[in-house]
Design a protein around this ligand. Structure first.
Ligand SMILES: Nc1ncnc2c1ncn2[C@@H]1O[C@H](COP(=O)(O)OP(=O)(O)O)[C@@H](O)[C@H]1O
Ligand SMILES: [Mg+2]
Length: 364
């Protein structure tokens, strides 16, 4: 073997790079690594790429062994989310904003039945809830609000809510009615031989319900008295039951809060584990980001922690294929939310099981 051919064999080989593919906001390049090469240098260089190419951001991921995907985004797609996005328009699916990939950010309850939304004060949680309700308002869905901050946030949407609890004792009444209904649905499914309400004939299918909780911690704050503790425990039990069994029975949870740690009480960790859809806005402490996204991906936790104070409404969320993605909710002002609720007030289901509960009105 000549010295030249040996040198050729030992020379570092450049990875194979695909032809760049255009995306709505930039370019995507696939890199195939040679044996012995790892994605690490690419992952470490994403910032350097962004500066060298003068683009908004470069994301590097390794979707499978030996493959690296480099996605360059020319400008921040989350700067302006007013652009109409393509909504799925399906029952229980809501387009709440835009994703960094340029696609619509949808929360589809048929695919992901329960969601957890965390973020510091003023990070965009309630705005996202208002957007969600606005999107679900035209659909035949019962929306139930639990806002133990006196109903200041969800009260705006009251006209389109099938029930609204504004303090913990009301929340207990509402949640207990929901759990009783869930058991009735379970029975109905069992006797019809159906595994979910979606297998029931349309005529007898009960209306799906989305329970929206703003400021989870308010359900757990107690002054230590026995009654208050008992109330808080009741809430936990009901929420957990809904989360565990509700998906197939058309009962969905959306839980928003600043903190979701076990300091709120036993049961919160178990509840969190059941809420598979995750949305993490700007957070004050790394612990909260870890709790929201840790089981999803370590990178997601780091990205969530880099969301700045000025980036209201920006969040890291569960992606379509189980990964994670950055998105921004579409700004919904209180006036818009109230107007949407009023416009679709006539769509508000008044199911029997909510008759008599707070905000549930009387049976029509
Ligand atoms: N997607 C968004 N785009 C632009 N501004 C937003 C967005 N979401 C929220 N904001 C701004 O942030 C403020 C606080 O949002 P809010 O939803 O009340 O936060 P939180 O409920 O987390 O305290 C809102 O008044 C609004 O002005
Ligand atoms: Mg809020």
């Amino acid at each position: 073997m000549t010295w030249r051919s040996r040198a050729n064999r030992c020379a570092p080989r450049t990875p194979r790079i695909s032809f760049p593919r255009a995306t709505p906001y930039g370019l995507e390049v696939q890199v195939r690594l040679h044996p012995g090469q790892t994605p690490a240098p690419f992952l470490a260089s994403s910032d350097a790429f962004a500066h060298a190419w003068r683009v908004h951001s470069v994301r590097v991921v390794s979707p499978e062994r030996g493959i690296v995907m480099i996605t360059a985004t020319a400008r921040d797609p989350l700067e302006n989310t007013d652009r109409p996005t393509l909504g799925a328009g399906e029952l229980l699916s809501a387009t709440v904003g835009a994703l960094e990939s340029g696609r619509a950010w949808t929360m589809d309850f048929r695919r992901v039945p329960h969601w957890l939304i965390v973020g510091a004060t003023q990070s965009g949680k309630s705005t996202l809830l208002a957007r969600l309700v606005t999107e679900l308002a035209p659909q035949p869905v019962a929306l139930v609000g639990i806002d133990c901050k006196g109903g200041m946030e969800l009260g705006l949407l009251e006209m389109r809510l099938s029930a609204l609890a504004t303090c913990r004792s009301e929340a207990v009444t509402v949640l207990s009615a929901l759990v009783t209904e869930m058991q009735a649905r379970m029975q109905a499914c069992r006797s019809a031989g159906a595994r979910s309400i979606w297998e029931l004939p349309e005529k007898t299918r009960p209306v799906p319900a989305v329970v929206i909780i703003d400021e989870l911690a308010e359900l757990y704050l107690t002054n230590g008295s026995k009654e208050q503790r008992a109330e808080a425990e009741e809430c936990t039990t009901y929420l957990l039951r809904l989360a565990q069994l509700g998906a197939a029975l058309g009962m969905h949870l959306v839980v928003a809060g600043q903190r979701v740690g076990s300091d709120l009480g036993p049961g919160v960790t178990a509840l969190r584990a059941q809420l598979s859809g995750r949305i993490c806005h700007r957070v004050n402490d790394p612990g909260t980001a870890e709790m929201a996204l840790g089981d999803l991906n370590k990178d997601a936790v780091i990205v969530a922690q880099s969301i700045g104070e000025a980036e209201r409404g920006v969040a890291v969320t569960t992606g379509d294929l189980g990964g994670w993605v950055r998105g921004r909710s579409r700004l919904t002002t209180p006036a818009e939310a109230r107007a949407a609720a009023a416009e679709h007030a006539r769509m508000t289901p008044r199911p029997k099981f909510l008759a008599g509960v707070p905000g549930g009105g009387t049976l029509l």
